[in-house]
Design a binder for this molecule. Structure first.
Ligand SMILES: [Zn+2]
Length: 425
């Protein structure tokens, strides 16, 4: 606005006149002051609604936060202004992924070739009208310039001794200069108001892609910054309200034309929720503990195709249950230990068993080994509890001819006889 004259492209420049004008526009939209709720310029990050997401609880724009979790960058829409200025709790914080996916599929669905064509057509018309208006204003500036020049010349030519005339002409010149400045300012103001930022590159891509918006949108080579620019032509803003009780987030999308649409997305499970063991698995472990030790339970779970919770993590699909997993589940869910269960069923420790039968503890081991008494493992280290002995049965035989194998065989036969008798009855 300070220049006396502007002759575009009179000299070769570093950048073209058009490029310069575009840069000005971009700078203007980027730096839109310090209003609290302002749309920010598109940046590289993944959060597609950056600068366009409005908090449904307080009406302010969300900020975008990025968190790297397990090697992947995750975007979050965070409404934390109350936190920053008044030390209040964050108003809302919403995981970006599901929101962006919903928005993505909405726009690719809406942006049929016809819709894009229409949008571009309207845009062109608006631009043409602006251009026309600007040319009118440009002519007004030229006229004011000519009049100011004339007034200057008249003033210069007057005889300085003729003071009265000189004063009048000077005043006239001043007025013309003021008028010129006003017209120029007016033009600049109007231009800035009219200016519709339409990045040339994006426009060309848009035109080229009218046949398939989805292809451009889904193309991994398309930078997020570009996706956001595309979005800027389609969506005015999106209001997000998280409803934790229902595990959903509602997205009210306002399109450029004023139409609105409401989407609903499921809130992602928290990191801990994702790997949480399903309750039915915990119940199964509880049942299996009645009859099995940890490693056996792990084998049973694996065989049934049940996988530990952490296998939901990327790269951990091959995870299988181990005895340690099972032990962890038992402690974490407060399941009764196998030891307690066996004790409850009246099982005796080796010491108690030895006392009961009046033999050495090692004899108990040997008898258990040969099946003369029944033992049950209660952990993976081979520790056992013993079924209480029948009142009559066992006494230590001292004769070396009376071997344990034979006694075990005899016991087996006895059992079989009992079974046979039972069947015959
Ligand atoms: Zn808020």
């Amino acid at each position: 606005g300070d220049w006396l004259a502007c002759i575009p492209n009179a000299h070769p420049g570093y950048i073209s006149w058009e490029r310069f004008q575009e840069n000005l526009k971009i700078i203007e939209t980027n730096g839109r002051g310090y209003e609290l709720a302002r749309a920010s310029p598109p940046r590289e990050g993944a959060a597609l609604l950056q600068g366009r997401a409005v908090c449904g609880r307080c009406g302010q724009h969300f900020r975008v936060r990025y968190a790297t979790r397990r090697g992947r960058q995750e975007a979050w829409y965070v409404c934390d202004r109350g936190h920053a200025t008044r030390g209040e709790r964050d108003c809302q914080s919403i995981a970006g992924g599901p929101i962006d996916r919903a928005i993505g599929s909405l726009v690719t669905e809406k942006m049929t070739p016809a819709a894009v064509e229409l949008a571009i057509e309207i845009r062109r018309e608006v631009e043409a009208r602006c251009e026309e208006a600007d040319q009118l204003r440009c002519r007004a500036v030229e006229r004011a310039q000519i009049e100011a020049d004339l007034a200057q010349r008249r003033f210069m030519l007057v005889d300085p001794s003729n003071r009265l005339v000189a004063d009048t002409l000077e005043r006239e010149w001043n007025e013309k200069l003021r008028a010129l400045a006003e017209t120029r300012e007016e033009r600049e103001r109007a231009r800035q108001q009219d200016h519709v930022v339409l990045d040339e590159a994006v426009r060309q891509r848009l035109v080229a892609m009218t046949t398939d918006f989805r292809k451009l949108w889904d193309n991994p080579d398309t930078a997020n910054r570009e996706r956001k620019r595309l979005l800027a032509y389609i969506i005015e803003d999106a209001t997000l309200i998280k409803i934790p009780a229902e595990g959903i987030t509602k997205i009210h999308v306002r399109f450029k034309g004023g139409r609105t649409e409401t989407l609903t997305t499921g809130n992602p499970k928290s990191s801990a929720q994702q790997i949480k063991t399903r309750p039915e698995v915990v119940r199964l472990v509880d049942q299996l503990l009645d009859h099995h030790v940890y490693s056996e339970i792990a084998a049973i779970l694996n065989e049934r195709g049940i996988r530990p919770g952490a296998s939901a993590r990327p790269g951990r699909a091959a995870n299988r249950f181990s005895g340690k997993h099972v032990a962890y589940l038992m402690h974490a869910y407060g399941l009764r230990s196998r030891y307690d269960r066996l004790r409850e069923r009246g099982m005796l420790s080796r010491r108690e068993m030895a006392d009961r039968l009046g033999v050495h503890e090692q004899t108990i081991d040997r008898w258990a080994e040969f099946g003369l008494i029944k033992a049950h493992f209660y952990n993976d280290h081979g520790w056992q509890l013993y079924e209480p002995p029948e009142p009559n049965t066992l006494a230590k035989h001292s004769s070396r001819w009376d071997r344990l194998v034979d006694r075990a065989a005899g016991l087996q036969a006895g059992l079989q006889n009992v079974e046979l008798e039972q069947k015959e009855m």
